[in-house]
Design a protein around this ligand. Sequence first.
Ligand SMILES: [Zn+2]
Length: 89
Amino acid sequence: MRMHQKYRMRTPSTGREIIIEAEPDRIYLDRDTGEELEIVAEVLPLAPTPSELPWMIDNLRFCDWCDQLAQKDLNDCPWCGRRMQPLQH
Ligand SMILES: [Zn+2]
């Protein structure tokens, strides 16, 4: 399964920006003007939600308290609310 990265895309003539899930090797056209959209930036998941974050095993770890899978970058377990051990590097 491949997750699509979200991009901010801009229409050159109008400066209108949209955010779409895109593949970097594809060309996207503005629906109104037919222009090729230029990539402004990749959109980082600033407010991650379970549906946004790729729930791959690399991003998960087991909570020390309740043994549920939680995202690695969280400090508190989303299931039991307790503070998890700092990551071992
Ligand atoms: Zn927990």
